[in-house]
Design a protein around this ligand. Structure first.
Ligand SMILES: [Zn+2]
Length: 193
């Protein structure tokens, strides 16, 4: 393959942000002097600003600093682990309305719950159930603000088994009840008008 073709192929993988190539090469961005894993989601570098390095040391020698977001210098986040974490995030984003448990999620990904927990925590710093809860919360907040749906409806649409459970979890995380949150945000919206 000609050098230009090889570069184009690599550039395509950078745009696709797949974790498959993490650890195989590193992407230096000349405009920021930062280097990243190919899967980094921080930015979409311009073609002319991209330099490709085969190792971390080469990137550092060329004057680049490691990206704080994708942490290319931290081992154990590369390849299959990062990919598994992505898969679980996708699953959660699609199925958060349903009753998910660590076991049912692990079953769908065809791995052991223990392995899933360990890998996901290492890659993201969160347990799968914490990530799921955060995601449900952010979706619930969107629904609360979007229209005047009843609290029970919002609870059901974001995977909470019942409204009281939803309210108590919401209060614990957001510091107020769903109703209070809605009122507070409405007031703030008024103030900004
Ligand atoms: Zn990065």
């Amino acid at each position: 393959m000609k050098e230009q073709e090889l570069f184009e192929a690599i550039y395509e993988t950078i745009l696709s942000r797949t974790a498959k190539y993490d650890g195989l090469y590193y992407v230096g961005i000349t405009s920021t002097k930062i280097f990243c894993r190919p899967s980094c989601r921080s930015r979409t570098p311009k073609r002319e600003n991209v330099r490709v390095y085969g190792s971390i040391q080469e990137a550092i020698d060329a004057g680049f600093r490691a990206c704080k977001r994708c942490k290319p210098e931290v081992s154990g986040l590369h390849g299959p682990d990062a990919e598994l974490a992505e898969k679980l995030k996708e699953l959660i984003h699609h199925q958060y309305r349903e009753a998910l448990t660590l076991n049912t999620m692990a079953l769908q990904l065809a791995i052991s719950p223990y392995h899933l927990l360990r890998v996901f925590k290492r890659v993201t710093g969160l347990t799968p159930s914490k990530y799921l809860m955060n995601y449900r919360m952010s979706e619930a907040k969107k629904l609360l603000l979007a229209d005047q749906k009843a609290i029970a409806e919002v609870a059901a649409e974001t995977g909470f088994s019942n409204p009281p459970h939803f309210s108590s979890v919401f209060k614990k995380i957001a510091g107020c009840t769903p109703q209070e949150y809605r009122e507070k945000m409405a007031e703030e919206g008024e103030r900004l008008k």
